[in-house]
Design a protein around this ligand. Sequence first.
Ligand SMILES: [Zn+2]
Length: 261
Amino acid sequence: MTRHDAGLAPAVFPALAALIVHPDEGPILFDTGYDPAFFAATEPFPERLYRWTTPVSLAPGQAVADQLPAFGFTPEDIRAVVVSHFHGDHIAGLTRFPNARIVCARAGLAEVQRKGRVSRVRRGVLAALAPADIDARAVFFEDRPRVPLGPDMAPFETGADLLGDGALLAVQLPGHCPGHWGLLVRQNDDRTRFLIADAAWSSGAVRDNAPPPRLTTALLGETGPYRGTLHALHRLWARNPDLIVTPSHCGEVGIETCRAD
Ligand SMILES: [Zn+2]
């Protein structure tokens, strides 16, 4: 289901999140990955179908909120969670960060709030994972100033400047599902990392411009825009050997840290 040129075999599919420590703003997450809340949300029907189609294993201590102390933070310290999109595997931990602004696309949040449990589950959305006060805490990419990304980032043209200093730029990556965005992070080693969420399911898919089968992309989003986004990422990657492109479910990505010290 993940690569149109691959065979039929089970594939391990990590669900990654990123911890970004901004010098002024403090700790910020990009997505949350899985959390025990996922298992509660997929206990009843029809939500249980989600768990059956994508079986999840989460060892104790692996949820992001439980990993934070190893990095010197508590869940309450998190200032913001940047949400790439509202699929369950990206927002399962949202309720664990009570002090965080939730920075997302308006169209993404609308997916959680659309009517119809069955239709939500079919689209990969579990409404129970959204905090009850999400409307009051939401900040939308669409309302942030748009800045030009410069010729190095072509064919991507503009980003939403989340903090006003150019350190975190949200970039629309259409096709995977409504309201799907990635995040450009300016690291303190002066390299740029492009967290592309589910615009590709592996680094190899970006390198080879290899999309999932139409069946998969049509089920969740729109095949034409998805393939356009993947092709744009492929061209960007080919021209920028220094750019680090990180998909959320890539098995090649381990725990990486990048620090000034
Ligand atoms: Zn997704």
